[in-house]
Design a protein around this ligand. Sequence first.
Ligand SMILES: NC(=O)c1ccc[n+]([C@@H]2O[C@H](COP(=O)([O-])OP(=O)(O)OC[C@H]3O[C@@H](n4cnc5c(N)ncnc54)[C@H](O)[C@@H]3O)[C@@H](O)[C@H]2O)c1
Length: 367
Amino acid sequence: MQDSDIPLTEGMTMTFSIGIVGAGQFGSQFAHLFNLHPGVDAVYVVDERPERAADAVARYNLAGQEADFDALLASDVDAVAIFTQRWTHGPLVEQALRAGKHVYSAVPMAVSEDEIARIIDAVRDTGNVYMMGETSYYNPATVYAREQHAAGKFGRIFYSEGDYVHDMDLGFYDAYQYSGGERWKETASYPPMLYPTHAIGGVLGAIPSHAVSVSCIGVRDQRNDGVFDKDISMFSNDFSNATALFELNDGGAMRTNEMRRVGYPSHIRESRFRFFGTEASFEQARQGYRLAGQAKRPGHLGADGDPPQHSPGRPVAGQRRPGGSATPLSRASPLSMMPNGCPRSSWVPPMDTKAATTSWWTISLQP
Ligand SMILES: NC(=O)c1ccc[n+]([C@@H]2O[C@H](COP(=O)([O-])OP(=O)(O)OC[C@H]3O[C@@H](n4cnc5c(N)ncnc54)[C@H](O)[C@@H]3O)[C@@H](O)[C@H]2O)c1
């Protein structure tokens, strides 16, 4: 590590170098971000497809490229960040820890209990740091719920929900083909519940607890296009949607959904969170509302301010119930989005630019 005149925190000036493993769709973006970070003094890249690493080095003006993973571990980088395909992380993380590196990996941490146990052992043995980078920890809804819970506003949260609702048609076919080659269907069947982190991470990132038991129901796929086909899948998986109910260590319950075949505007809000507490509850309310199947393709949602299309007589968040006057939801009119009986003071403004274009969040006090 090198000293620098850039303070990370008060009194701390140390920087470190990092090696990115996997310069694909996600990793190359992180190579760029790490390179911009004042705490990072050099970013190296390695990829099984060397042209991808070379492209990232040139595009983001990185420090350089290593020949392969072993060469990176033999180099003097302080840390490695692993962005290889989702089922590959466990052994790479363990190997890097034992090679003396601090390790960050994209989610998931690993795909079996044995792999996870081996990583924990490697951290204990080496004293090196391992971090799993679950992005929903920074989801505005999760950040807000975390702050409110820490302030005691919820009372006891006894029930929570976290869903990751992302239809395969919304980008996943292309994403798997990018590295999957002609055999991409073998990997596109990746079991939804082996990647539950964007759903449960947003819940457990807000309430300090962990699961102690689970019951899960998988829904078998019916599209018959070779994805989620047991005979083709390298995971022998034919479940495309799954729902699980967890018991938490604090006695509460958490439900989650991982959906890959679903008529839902996933590109607008693929992670959804809901918390019920004894004193207050929190849920995300979408700006608009469309019937399932209408909103799968980008462009179907209409411009900001468009009146939402909805099923007449079916109550949704932000609308009056049948018999009342239905008020179109509009970003410019938060008052019109309040559910019946919700006091105005309980509504909060959008958290950031993204939130402002997609959702409002509320913490509603118990009547
Ligand atoms: N929001 C999020 O947290 C989020 C979003 C997208 C992707 N991800 C995660 O990021 C990871 C990468 O996803 P992606 O879409 O970029 O995949 P990708 O297929 O685009 O890229 C993976 C790259 O890793 C390379 N690679 C594989 N094994 C390697 C090895 N042993 N040594 C060197 N290079 C190797 C491949 O050649 C490929 O270029 C996945 O684990 C995924 O779950 C997380």
